[in-house]
Design a protein around this ligand. Sequence first.
Ligand code: HEM
Length: 234
Amino acid sequence: MTAPDTLRSTASAPDAARRTPPPRPLLLHPAVKPLLFVAGLLPLAMLIAGAATDRLGANPAEALIHGTGQWALRFLCLTLAVSPLRRALHQPALLRLRRMLGLFTFFYAALHLLAYGWLDMGLVAADIARDIAKRPFILVGFAAFVLMLPLAATSFNRAIRALGGRRWQALHRLVYAVAALALLHFFWKSAGKHHYGEVSVYAAVIAALLAERLWRWAQARRAQRPPVRIHVPL
Ligand code: HEM
């Protein structure tokens, strides 16, 4: 190596480090989203396989309603967990998964409504309306589903651009009302059978995720508040 080479090689070590891009976070790998998409469809595949091979127990219709309802709630918890996890793990790239998780929440809630409407109610609209009015926990579930509609409809870039960031964010705070209604729906349904185990776990997870947000909001408000000046007459 000639003298200028050594100079170049020695001089350029930090340069070389500066030139080589830092390793890309795993979450930015192009395979992550397709993998999440396949993983999101797995519960449905398992439910269909269970129904096709008669492994959903004595009441497959009920098992399908319960299964789709549970997965809707699980994806809702995952969607709400993205922001706190992003902050706690310093992984901004996690945010790119939130839309898909939110849409899977809507997808399983829609399958849940379909399973109820078709397998439980035989798609007879009058019966569905009567049942929704008669069983308040279903009315609450229905309200949660209706509130999901504008969230799902505005999940695409064009809608975000049309609404503008501030209005889009305000609209998507409806997800907190969806979480509360879905929990009330499940709790009310469970109250009938005094089975509080599962719903309590979901309630604890959602309470922790909302508490983290409340805490951060209170922190931000405290930081904004002007310092209190105490006037001491001399
Ligand atoms: C139109 C909307 C909805 C209808 C008609 C509906 C209907 C039902 C019905 C009939 C049950 C089962 C009751 C039983 O076992 O007797 C149920 C349970 C459940 N629903 Fe919904 N629901 C709706 C929306 C939702 C939404 C939006 C979520 C969640 C995001 C949800 C989550 C659940 C859960 C977790 C259960 C309990 C499953 C279990 O016991 O394992 N539902 N729902």
